[in-house]
Structure formats: C-alpha cells, structure tokens
Design a protein around this ligand. Structure first.
Ligand code: ATP
Ligand code: MG
Length: 411
C-alpha cells in the first residue's frame, strides 16, 4: 500500500473527550474513528489488524472442531421473554417498529442458538456439536469511556458446545481453555494474560476469565505467585488460599477481561425444550458450554500493553503491515526508483508493506508517523543509505544497514 493513497492521515491530537490510551493512539494513528462514545469505525489500517485477530481466532476455533455460522443482531422478543431476559438484562437494547412490534438487538445469542439447535438435535448420536460465530454485539454500556475496551457495539466471537453429559462438556471446556491460552500466546499477550477464576452467573457457580494485566483494566485480579492462576477480586473472599496449589501468596493487579468461558447448567435447554434421546431411551436436556472473546477489546488490550511515548508497538501477528518502507528523497529519481524496486520485490515475496512515498511529508514527519503506527519493521531508503537499506525494529533503538540481497534473505 502506498501511503500517499492511504484513505487516512495521522492526527496530532485525539478527540478531547477520549480518555483511554488505546483509543487515543488508534485514532491518532488512523486505525479507528470515533463515531460516538462506545461506537467506532474501523478504518483500513484498523480493519487489517481486526481481520488478523479474527483469522487467528477463526483458525483456532476450526481446529477445535467449531463450525462457523452467522446469527442475526435483530432478534424476536418472544425468545427473550421465554428466558426471562427481556426484563432482567439491564444492558439489552430494545427497538420498536412502526407497527408497535418489539425486537431485541442481540447482546449475546443464547436466545437464537438454542431454538436453532432444536432443528438438528434429536438423539445422543447428534451430539456433541460445536458452533460459533464472529458477529457484532450491542450492549447498553453506561460507562463507555474505555475506547475499544468497552463498546456499545463490538465484535465478539461466541462459541457454544452442546453435549450429552457434564463429563463430556467438562473435558471439552478444559480443552477450550488451552485453545484460548494458545490464542493469547499467538496474539503476543500470553505472558500478561491470566486464567482467572471468577464468580459464575445465575447459570453456573464459577466461570473462567482470561484477564490481561494493564492499568487500563476495569477489574482487579489476584495472581498466585506460585502457580500463576488468578482469582477475580469479586470472589477472592471465598478463597483465602489458591484453589489450585493452596499457597497464600498473591499479587494484586488491574486487568481487563479479554475472554470468558463458562458452563451452563440446563437453563436455556429447559427454556426452549432442547432435549435429546439418550442411549437408554430417556429424554434429557442438552448440556452446554459457552466461550466468548471480544475482538475489539483484544485489539485495545494489545495497544494498552504495548506502546511507548511515540506510539503503538504491534506484535507481528496482528500488525496491519509487517514492513513500513520509508523513502526520503529530495532529488527524487534515483532513490525513488530504488525504493520502488524494494517495495515491489518485498510484495512479490509476500511481505505486507506500507510504502511511505509521500512527497509532501518531511523525513521527521515520516519517522513520527511510523512510530505512531507501530509497524514492526521500519526500512529507510535515502541519499544517506546509498545502495543499502536501513532496517530498524519498532521496539528497538539500533539500526542496521543491509544490502538488497540481505534484505530479501531476511524476509
Ligand atoms: P464485562 O464484565 O467486561 O462487561 P462480560 O462478562 O459482560 O464482560 P461476556 O458477556 O462474557 O462479557 O462477553 C464475552 C467477551 O466479550 C468478554 O470477555 C469481552 O472480551 C467481550 N466484551 C464484553 N463486553 C464488551 C464490551 N462492552 N465491549 C467490548 N468487548 C466486550
Ligand atoms: Mg458486561
């Protein structure tokens, strides 16, 4: 991508009312635009990063046996009445059409997926089933001041597993916890993300959260210094010692919940009569597990854990481009031709390159923008570098001059 043609420009200032660091940096760098509090547009750079996160998650969900579907945001009120959540869920957006008919705008999808499964599950032979989607959720969040960490409209991966019995569900649940760990490792936040015991909802005693340590986090967690699992502040009172290793030695940290997994009893299966005929001929309710990850929140959390006073520092797995190629030439032609040649050869090699070919920006502006955008590798071609190319990693200070051949070998 030629930067001269990029739809967005960097900004010196973020909107005055934007307090969160993730939103300030992402807006200034041209990744997102604030449409209103808690609602953002993903711009070309931001969408590239979001899609990378999405594809990493999708790949892991498919490996875990998941089959992807897409459920609607507009949902029938009757289903929400059936589960009791039309009245009990505080953050549910409700809309009415001109005929007076009411709908829910989905904050989650149990009210759609359970009725859906009634069409396909009849016998124990039809189970287990693993279904997921990556779809926008809507929630009436009153405090929407955390940028991408807490949106009113936000992208979530929600995965549902359906089983004949609790043992099968529990084994799958534990395997999904390992899949989640792997996802956060790939996303570059594995070392800061803790498997956290949390209180359950009305449907389960406990749930497990994946909490990424950052000052921007809204939760407080207690990390066991011995075995490194964590307990959410809400339930630490019940657990004087670590539930895993029995130690009494915790570090208290602020953190943001990037993922959440929980076991459902038969609550929704009962509401919608989702039953199957077991081997012994008895009719039983289906047993379920639910597994969520917030993609926008993850993107915000990555920024919150990886930036400096100059801008964002993207992990390679989610950076919008791998290479930021900067051309600095007053006397055009020769330098410019060399830069174009490098740009083309990198692209041919399958490297994603943002090529700063702008004629109206100074060298200083180009370097500033590159630091703000946070692309992992910066290449500079200028009169000074001659027939070599200067290479620098975003998170390192040292630069190195390499030949064209060495560069091609490196990427
Ligand atoms: P929180 O306690 O932060 O409100 P939650 O318990 O309501 O989260 P879930 O319903 O379990 O969240 O949703 C699954 C995942 O969706 C969360 O782990 C989080 O990553 C993401 N998520 C939830 N609410 C939001 C939001 N308002 N904005 C962005 N992501 C969100
Ligand atoms: Mg919530």
């Amino acid at each position: 991508m030629r930067q001269s043609e990029l739809f967005t420009k960097t900004k010196r200032e973020a909107p005055k009312d934007e307090e969160a660091i993730n939103a300030q940096l992402l807006i200034r760098a041209g990744f997102i635009d604030k449409t209103m509090a808690g609602v953002y547009t993903y711009l070309p750079l931001g969408l590239r990063t979001l899609k990378k996160i999405e594809n990493i998650i999708r790949e892991e969900m498919n490996k875990a046996g998941g089959q992807e579907i897409l459920m609607p945001a507009l949902q029938p009120k009757e289903n929400w009445i059936k589960t009791g959540r039309w009245d009990s869920m505080d953050d549910l957006y409700k809309v009415k059409d001109t005929s007076g008919r009411e709908f829910a705008i989905g904050p989650t999808h149990e009210e759609v997926i359970f009725p859906l499964l009634k069409n396909t599950i009849f016998s124990y032979k039809d189970l287990p089933v693993y279904i997921y989607q990556i779809q926008n959720k809507f929630r009436m969040e009153l405090r929407a001041k955390s940028g991408l960490l807490r949106g009113r409209e936000f992208l979530m991966k929600d995965f549902y597993s359906f089983h004949t019995d609790e043992k099968d569900r529990d084994e799958y649940y534990d395997s999904m916890a390992r899949v989640y760990k792997n996802i956060f490792d790939i996303l570059g936040i594995g070392d800061k993300t803790y498997y956290t015991l949390a209180s359950g909802s009305t449907f389960s005693k406990y749930s497990h959260e994946f909490q990424t340590v950052t000052e921007a986090g809204e939760d407080t967690i207690h990390i066991c210094n011995k075995c490194k699992i964590a307990i959410n502040n809400e339930i630490i009172k019940e657990n004087k010692t670590c539930p895993k290793c029995g130690e009494l030695n915790f570090s208290q940290k602020r953190a943001i919940e990037v993922g959440n997994i929980f076991k459902l009893k038969t609550k929704f299966a009962e509401d919608f009569g989702l039953k199957f005929k077991d081997k012994d001929g008895a009719e039983k309710f289906v047993i379920t597990g639910c597994y969520g990850i917030g993609l926008g929140r993850l993107m915000g959390a990555i920024v919150e854990t990886s930036y400096d006073n100059k801008g964002i520092i993207w992990p390679e797995s989610v950076a919008p481009y791998q290479v930021h190629l900067i051309e600095i030439s007053n006397l055009k032609s020769k330098i410019s031709n060399f830069a174009k040649k490098i740009y083309n050869s990198l692209q041919e090699a399958g490297v994603e390159v943002l090529y700063d070919d702008r004629e109206d920006a100074t060298a200083g502006e180009k370097f500033k923008d590159a630091d703000l955008m946070g692309i992992p590798y910066r290449l500079v071609i200028s009169e000074k570098t001659g027939d070599k190319i200067e290479i620098k990693k975003r998170n390192e200070e040292k630069t190195k001059l390499v030949s064209e051949k060495e560069l091609n070998e490196f990427f």
